[in-house]
Design a protein around this ligand. Structure first.
Ligand code: ATP
Ligand code: MG
Length: 429
């Protein structure tokens, strides 16, 4: 597991034991039709500034880059010392490890709710401390972007950033702790309890609310890294978006896009964005569609263990999405047919629109959200549930050719910890 562990012990929801098999922050060759074979490499910007959300708003949409000092001093975040966070995480002990991403490791820690100083493990408020690998400039830039956006954007479906640490080469971020970890763990970790249909819809709605908020803000924010591992879950499966390191201010005025270096994650990044570097909110909509497909199918956006078209979920699933008779073929076998057919068709239809190749024709996130909320409408839900119950009673649950016979209970165990995932999607950059 990367550089985070020097022993094999971990806390309950430590993950990604084979993370190293798919380096998430290296230039990578594309492997599917949704990604080109060469991708833009980083060029180091000359100044360490990022566009500020608040400044843009205050200046009527003008993009005013802020310096690092301005960003850190203007946020209401707690500036932690490295020593604070060392104490809070028991010296970044391996058994405090919650997970590892491309930028570094995330540890569980404890701080006092009032003073925000380190408290005795097990007392006070639980936090998640992300410690960036001290590997250089790009990590720092994304760290600063995250502080800038999450320091100013507040919404129930965005993870709360409590503070940061910038001391010497050390860059850390302190977040509210999300007890159920990431959606990725629940969908793909070996040994995890399958998520029931209703929870999948709840997660999709929460994530859609987070994205809608960003897209419809006075100064639009494009998230750019929407994926299952960046959707974190609280104890009641409320979804919150994390990782704003790649977030980008959306186009202003009459412009339809902003031109950027291509960044994101293979399998989730929109093909037109990868091909041209032209970024619009519709790139996030594409990624959202891919996550809907992951929720439907229980398959990863990109799976190198599969062959041919099956490696890329969007490419593989597309032909089944509009065909009511064929949809069952891509449904997650772990649902064991326990989903309302009508609801599944509606979600498939929505996913199909989101991953449409013409970016302009994809729905807006607010429309996606409204369509998903319809599914939760008690009247619709009741009809769908009674259909599902009837099918169950008559023994005609939807079949899946990928069915694996499982005996596991259908409801996730509260607090149950999924096991390490077996692979991850490489980052685009
Ligand atoms: N606030 C949090 N509360 C609980 N667990 C968290 C929190 N933040 C992150 N984690 C855990 O740490 C893992 C690693 O997160 P991180 O954001 O560093 O990487 P990632 O999203 O998995 O990958 P990438 O670097 O490609 O974005 C997450 O998948 C999650 O399990
Ligand atoms: Mg992440």
């Amino acid at each position: 597991m990367g550089n985070c562990l020097n022993s094999s012990s971990r806390v309950e929801n430590a993950q990604n034991s084979q993370h190293a098999s798919y380096p998430s922050k290296v230039p990578s060759k594309a492997s599917s039709s949704s990604a080109p074979s060469t991708l833009t490499a980083y060029s180091t910007p000359s100044t360490l500034t990022v566009p500020s959300y608040t400044e843009r708003t205050a200046n009527g949409g003008l993009l005013t880059p802020l310096t690092e000092g301005e960003i850190l001093s203007s946020s209401n975040l707690k500036a932690f010392t490295f020593n604070d966070l060392k104490n809070a995480t028991r010296n970044f002990r391996p058994d405090s490890l919650l997970g590892e991403g491309g930028f570094g490791c995330v540890y569980k820690g404890w701080i006092d709710e009032q003073s925000l100083t380190a408290s005795r493990p097990g007392t006070g408020m639980v936090v998640a401390v992300k410690k960036l690998k001290p590997e250089g400039f790009q990590g720092h830039k994304e760290w600063l972007t995250e502080v800038n956006y999450l320091g100013q954007l507040h919404h129930p479906n965005l993870v709360k950033l409590i503070g940061y640490c910038s001391e010497g080469d050390n860059r850390l971020l302190v977040y509210e702790f999300m007890p159920k970890g990431s959606l990725e763990n629940h969908l793909f970790r070996r040994g995890s309890q399958p998520l029931p249909w209703a929870i999948r819809i709840k997660v999709a709605i929460g994530a859609a609310r987070g994205l809608s908020f960003l897209h419809d803000a006075e100064s639009q924010v494009i998230y750019r890294d929407f994926k299952a591992s960046n959707i974190l879950l609280d104890s009641e499966f409320n979804a919150k978006l994390s990782d704003f390191g790649l977030a980008k201010a959306g186009p202003t005025g009459d412009r339809t896009h902003v031109s950027t270096q291509v960044m994101g994650t293979h399998g989730y990044a929109a093909p037109e964005y990868i091909a041209t570097g032209r970024l619009s909110a519709k790139a996030d909509v594409y990624s959202f569609g891919v996550v809907l497909l992951e929720l439907l199918s229980g398959r990863r956006a990109l799976d190198k263990t599969k062959v041919g078209i099956e490696q890329n979920l969007a490419d593989w699933a597309k032909p089944y999405l509009g065909d009511k008779r064929k949809l069952y073929r891509i449904m997650d076998s772990r649902l064991e047919g326990q989903y309302p057919k009508k609801g599944a068709h509606a979600v498939a239809n929505l996913a199909s629109q989101c991953i449409g190749s013409e970016a302009k024709l994809r729905p807006r996130m607010s429309e996606v959200l409204a369509a998903l909320e319809e599914l939760q409408d008690p009247r619709n839900a009741a009809v769908m549930q009674s259909q599902a119950d009837k099918r169950k009673a008559s023994g005609t649950t939807s079949r899946s050719p990928m069915r694996r016979h499982r005996t596991s209970p259908r409801r996730p165990t509260i607090g149950g910890s999924p096991l390490p995932s077996c692979q991850r999607s490489p980052r685009v950059h």
